[in-house]
Design a protein around this ligand. Sequence first.
Ligand code: NAP
Length: 283
Amino acid sequence: MQQASVKDMTDRYGVIGNPIAHSRSPDIHRLFAEQTGEHITYERILATRQDFTQVVRQFQDDGGKGLNVTLPFKHDACELVDQITELADHAGAVNTLLLQDDGTCIGANTDGIGLLRDLKKSLQLPLHARKILVLGAGGAARGIIEPLLGERPDILLIANRTKANARAIADTFQEAGPVWGCSLDEIPSRPFDLILHATSAGLQHRELALPAGLVGPHTCCYDLMYGDTPSPFMQWGREQGAERVVDGFGMLLEQAAESFYLWRGKRPDTAMACRCLRPQPPA
Ligand code: NAP
């Protein structure tokens, strides 16, 4: 019998979203594969709201084993899965698809685990009894609220451009802890310990109009977005005098590592990946 070549044994993965060109996920998963000796390919896939389901199905029919789902499709992904993890189901947001050989599809959400690992393990940031503000109420925010409430903060306020979306998330997680929703201009002008920016305004190069007084001397401003240069939210945090200003690259690595584990059963070394892949500030 002929031995299977490495190419035959190579499994196909990817990240689907819109926009997608900026995504660092291919570099990350390729490095994880190298670290763990897994044979995979990983590509960027652009979809539209109209063809999202069809593109996923085609990828699976062509032998694809798994997808990361990024904005704006995390909610749409819930609709196409056959099974869903409890966390993703509660969140109404899926960021990881496990495409099974029998043609079915399992949905999971690793955003919350990724964020908590970065905040607690890498940044050593305490969350218990802290005042937390989440800006945004899209797919990313949905995935992080329940894990954040699990840390028993003093308060978790979700503020969003469309107030109804913030209120809807707060209502969903009412039983899980002290969570409220409001519009951006209703945020009370008092310092929070942690401000998490989870809107896509930065991707459109737009700035949020935020009230004064949200940043105190010990506030950490954390932008889920990542890039080669500090985002408008990070610049705002610095101007307001935040003690720490952080981008979402650590979360990106940690949520990717959890997806990789779900797909391949192996845990990559995220600290090493961070040293290799973190964008360096321009000289
Ligand atoms: P999404 O589902 O499309 O949600 C977008 C959110 O941004 C909504 O709350 C929307 O408000 C708000 N928004 C959009 N344009 C705005 C503007 N001009 N002004 C104010 N608010 C605006 O996106 P998502 O999946 O939640 O992603 C949000 C961000 O998180 C993105 O930058 C993404 O790259 C980042 N992210 C990073 C990681 C990581 O691992 N680091 C993981 C997930 C997401 P409305 O409700 O009013 O439309």
